[in-house]
Design a protein around this ligand. Structure first.
Ligand code: VTB
Ligand code: MG
Ligand code: MG
Length: 363
């Protein structure tokens, strides 16, 4: 019998998806990131996106599983590949998995060669990931320290609708520090103007970013990252991917669907037009005008018990380095992969075709 607290015990409690697919998931995001990296800084975000989608799809189709894309590149008629509902994998074996992908998260970042672009995906057993519509989610993301604090103080809970100061007070107490020592990450968007003012009003420090609030969300669950909270509305797919990682890492996340026209202050006509276009499809997913505003917690966003997650850096970011290219396809890539058992791997992979021409290198 292994000691219950050893890595051996963790590995043995991994579910079938984690056991069979976690090592392969790494290859999938690595391939997408390397493909994207050849397009880095070339100013063509659509092409960068396209090559990562193609690479991710090719790799996914090598995996022995019956996979269904639940969060993907869009509806079938607008996305030729990795569309919502697409079946991927060889179809061999017993594994039935639901899949969330963002082959190039931060297409602008990649196209402009600036930090924070990643290739990212998650998998779980059927119905293990919330598969909502491709709209926005408003969210709040914090790390496991806060979960621990809430357990000890049941009256003090992070609340999506509470004033930012209330939530930051809880985070400050959880970290045993002052609010002005905390950092909140939020997308730099007009729709967040008031929220940014409110955060600054608490004395907390703000990290405004142009794109890519998924890795900052994950960073809230990693001590030493210097990020304590992520707030604001962004893509719902990115939010579910964040939730998959936070479920594995034991963090907390609350989120609520919101139509982009509503979040971005559209006119009543624009809001009505978006509702008319999107509500019928939302209703087929059980989302109605009555429940669209419900707050979802991590168990609703990522209910799976056998979740796996992988992200590979395209350009350098807060947790991951970018891709380095050594010539003729040889590359070095940095990733984080993790699974529900509790394993978190930071990997530094080198792919070399010709060892004489490109001997293994330290950096
Ligand atoms: C966010 C952010 C993404 O889109 O989801 C954002 O995390 C939301 O879209 O990196 P808007 O640009 O409409 O605000 C990204 O910036 C790009 O996918
Ligand atoms: Mg995308
Ligand atoms: Mg994206």
């Amino acid at each position: 019998m292994p000691h219950p607290k050893t890595a051996e015990a963790l590995i043995k409690c991994a579910g079938p998806i984690e056991c069979s697919l976690l090592p392969r998931l790494l290859h999938v995001t690595e391939a997408a990131a390397i493909a994207a990296s050849y397009q880095m800084g070339r100013g063509d975000k659509n092409y960068a996106d396209q090559v990562s989608v193609e690479a991710m799809r090719r790799m996914l189709n090598c995996l022995d599983m019956k996979g269904i894309i639940k969060i993907g590149e869009g509806e079938r008629d607008e996305a030729p590949m990795l569309y919502i509902g697409e079946e991927v994998g060889t179809g061999e074996g017993d594994l039935e998995v639901d899949i969330a992908v963002d082959p190039l998260e931060g297409t602008n970042l990649a196209a402009d060669g600036i930090p924070g672009a990643i290739a990212v995906m998650a998998m779980a057993e059927r119905e293990g990931l919330f598969h909502g519509p491709d709209i926005y989610m408003d969210k709040i993301v914090v790390g496991p320290e806060v979960v621990k604090y809430e357990k000890a103080h049941p009256d003090e809970k992070i609340d999506l609708d509470a004033p930012v100061i209330r939530n930051l007070e809880i985070v400050a107490k959880a970290f045993n520090r002052n609010i002005d020592e905390l950092v909140v990450v939020i997308l730099d968007r007009q729709r967040h103007k008031e929220k940014i003012k409110e955060i600054r009003g608490t004395g907390a420090r703000v990290n405004l970013i142009s794109d890519g609030d998924l890795m900052p969300g994950i960073a809230t669950a990693i001590r030493g990252s210097g990020i304590h909270m992520v707030l604001g509305a962004g893509g719902s797919g990115e939010a579910v991917l964040t939730a998959a990682a936070m479920k594995i890492l034991g963090g907390k996340m609350l989120a609520r669907l919101v139509l982009p026209t509503v979040a971005n202050g559209g006119t009543p006509e624009e809001i009505e037009a978006e509702k008319a276009e999107k509500m019928p499809r939302l209703e087929t997913m059980g989302i109605t005008e009555e429940n669209i505003n419900d707050v979802m917690d991590i168990d609703k966003l990522a209910p799976g018990k056998d979740i796996i997650f992988s992200a590979t850096g395209v350009t350098p970011g807060i947790l991951l380095k970018g891709v380095s290219l050594f010539g003729e396809g040889d590359a070095r890539v940095h990733s984080i992969t993790m699974g529900s058992s509790g394993v978190v791997k930071f990997t530094d992979t080198i792919y070399i075709h010709d060892k004489e021409k490109n001997p293994l290198r330290m950096g």
